[in-house]
Ligand binder design. Structure first.
Ligand code: 9UX
Length: 72
């Protein structure tokens, strides 16, 4: 079944950053749902662990120029 990962995202300074990160996450194969909050720098991703892992998700965020570290 799907898992939910929560992570902090560094480097987001405007609403367009949030849209950018959400778009990146939602385009990843295996990601079913992604929500990012600017005020708290928190993101939540529902994903299929058979298709993608936390490290892959964090790497995709970092490739876009932000910092990502999973909370759980
Ligand atoms: Mo806003 Mo974010 O002008 O990468 S889009 S700072």
């Amino acid at each position: 079944g799907a898992l939910v990962g929560q992570f902090t995202i560094g480097g987001m300074t405007c609403a367009a950053c949030v849209n950018s990160v959400e778009g990146i996450l939602r385009n990843l194969p295996g990601v079913r749902r992604a929500v990012v909050a600017l005020a708290t720098s928190l993101g939540e991703v529902e994903y299929d662990p058979a298709q993608i892992g936390k490290d892959d998700i964090a790497s995709a965020i970092e490739d876009a120029g932000f910092e990502a570290s999973f909370v759980q």
